[in-house]
Design a protein. Structure first.
Length: 570
């Protein structure tokens, strides 16, 4: 191997990164170490593909991903590459929800992205396959791919099958809502325990159009996963094939030097947002899409969601606000017929490149429509909602923006009296309290603050309070606003991501019990009926609370994190 004039090695263009680590006499030590993990002489001449596995026993969303990583490796090796599996962390939102542990959830997105970037960069992999199965590790994989900008394919771990009790399908949100129903005496203890035991029957991500299925669908529309990767059950032959084909596809991307930033253009992000809206997806998608675009170098902001949402209808009758599970959508063809429908209507950019090496339009050219009689996906002329359910709100409570999730079933406006809580736990205690003078009443607007990216820190999801409200039968009579965020399983009259957050002195910190608050989806505002002079007086008296974390990863995150309106990037 000769050396160039700048004293750096010439690399093999077929192996642009790995050749620098394993070619030449001076890299004998690298080859020696790799022989110990199974490399042969022939393997050193093959492109090395890192396979990022988010396998973990801590959550059913990821408990099967070790097997999927091995299937990806089979695909890489069969295509004359050398697949190398490595792990990163994952956490469980569903398990940590409503506890202090949930503060680490959004933080984990940054940790996972950093860890994948670190391993791939250090090991000199020529391409990447990353397999994600839960809310935060999926955008984290894309963020890492965008930073590295090496040929890459994302694989979704797949959705869970629904549980069942007395003929009724169950999922994780059924359990959260059962907590409120049991507290209100609407279900007995035997039913409560049966729901707990039957709701999660095996591996896979939460089964509605919650954050995992939302992000899987968005990533497919973005062009970063193979066609139909977003719509397969976790334990299925289809998912095994998806993994093997992803291993083959990444070698083709290496050969043709197609990299993530060639795929993840602004038009591709617009496609992803279009699919999120049509599916009635999670509010978390706003946060993650902003962060993914930032990593890619694409300019994207909150108002893009409004602009796209004005012309894209909600078509999917999927949980949490609808009737069906993701597994039922899988059974009728997944999201590809929907994408073809939107493409034909001029609502998707068909010329966007994808990981197949083809455009989106080419991938969809021969997709058949949904079967006659299905009621999961509506036609364009009979939508569930004519515009987006994700409503970007501004106003004197949220001058930098907030995200409401309004399916249309809640109505277009809500006015009520503020009930102010400085933590999720305090709000939850009031919701479950049976004391008629203390508990939440019809007409209340719960204000949960100091739960933002810096204040929490970590911007916890408020699924426990919103599900308990639903379980108590108050879903149409109580609203909730927060500088925290919501699970994809949340439904009801809710507004999250309020910015600036309370911890930095945002107006949400100045709201008092009894203030009148109005949420108006038509005007896209969230307002407190307090004049500017009074708010200024309250601001002068406001004292920032002591930080909730002073050491460790949470304290570091609080120092580095940006506003939710920027995707809570670090």
């Amino acid at each position: 191997m000769t050396k160039s004039s700048d004293n750096s090695k010439k690399t093999d263009p077929k192996r642009p990164y790995s050749s620098a680590l394993v070619d030449g006499d001076d890299r004998a030590q690298s080859r020696a170490m790799l022989r110990a993990v199974g490399f042969t002489d022939a393997d050193f001449k093959k492109p090395q593909i890192g396979i990022a596995s988010t396998w973990s026993q801590v959550t059913p969303c990821n408990s099967h991903i070790d097997a999927l990583a091995k299937q990806c490796q089979v695909g890489v090796d069969a295509a004359n590459g050398k697949g190398v599996i490595f792990n990163t962390i994952t956490i469980s939102d569903g398990i940590s929800m409503g506890s202090q542990g949930m503060k680490y959830s959004l933080v984990s997105r940054e940790v996972i992205a950093d860890s994948i970037e670190t391993v791939v960069g250090c090991q000199g992999f020529d391409g990447v396959v990353a397999i994600g199965g839960c809310d935060k590790n999926m955008p984290a994989c894309i963020i890492a791919m965008a930073r590295l900008n090496r040929p890459a394919v994302f694989v979704y771990g797949g959705t869970i099958l629904p549980g069942c009790h007395n003929g009724k399908n169950l999922d994780v949100v059924s359990v959260f809502e059962a907590v409120g129903a049991h507290a209100a005496g609407k279900i007995d203890t035997a039913t409560f325990e049966a729901i707990e035991k039957k709701a999660i029957p095996g591996p896979g991500s939460c089964g509605g159009m919650y954050t995992a299925n939302t992000m899987a669908s968005a990533i497919e529309a973005l062009g970063m996963s193979l066609p139909n990767s977003s719509a397969q059950t976790a334990v299925s032959e289809a998912k095994k094939r998806d993994c093997e084909q992803a291993g083959e596809a990444v070698l083709a991307l290496v050969k043709h030097t197609i990299c993530p930033r060639d795929i993840m253009t602004r038009k591709a992000f617009e496609n992803a947002i279009t699919i999120i809206v049509a599916l009635g997806g999670s509010t978390n998608a706003v946060l993650h899409m902003l962060a993914m675009a930032h990593a890619t170098g694409v300019a994207l902001d909150l108002d893009d969601f409004t602009r796209i949402g004005q012309r894209v209808p909600v078509l999917a009758d999927l949980k949490p606000s609808g009737a069906y599970s993701m597994a039922e959508l899988v059974a009728i063809g997944g999201i590809r017929p929907l994408m073809k429908q939107l493409l034909d209507a001029g609502l998707l950019h068909g010329d966007c490149l994808t990981v197949t090496g083809k455009t989106l339009a080419e991938n969809l050219a021969h997709v058949a429509p949904y079967p006659d009689g299905q009621t999961i996906i509506r036609p364009l002329d009979n939508p569930i909602k004519s515009s987006s359910h994700l409503v970007i709100c501004y106003g004197n409570v949220a001058p930098d923006g907030a995200v409401a999730k309004l399916s249309g079933k809640e109505g277009l406006s809500f006015t009520g009296k503020a009930r102010v809580f400085n933590s999720e736990e305090a709000a939850m205690a009031a919701i479950l309290d049976d004391n008629p003078t203390q508990t939440i009443q019809k007409g209340d607007v719960l204000v949960i603050r100091y739960e933002g990216p810096k204040g929490g820190p970590g911007m916890r999801e408020m699924l426990s309070p919103t599900a308990a409200i639903m379980g108590k039968g108050l879903g149409n009579d109580v609203a909730l606003i927060t500088d925290g965020r919501f699970s994809g399983g949340t439904h009801g009259f809710v507004v999250g991501h309020i910015t600036p957050e309370a911890m930095v002195g945002g107006p949400i910190a100045l709201i008092h019990d009894g203030d009148s608050i109005t949420i108006d989806a038509h005007d896209q505002t969230v307002m407190v009926d307090v004049d500017a002079d009074t708010l200024a007086e309250r601001r002068a008296q406001w004292v920032p609370p002591a930080p909730n974390a002073t050491t460790g990863v949470l304290a570091k995150y609080a120092r580095l994190v940006h506003s939710a309106s920027e995707g809570a990037i670090t």
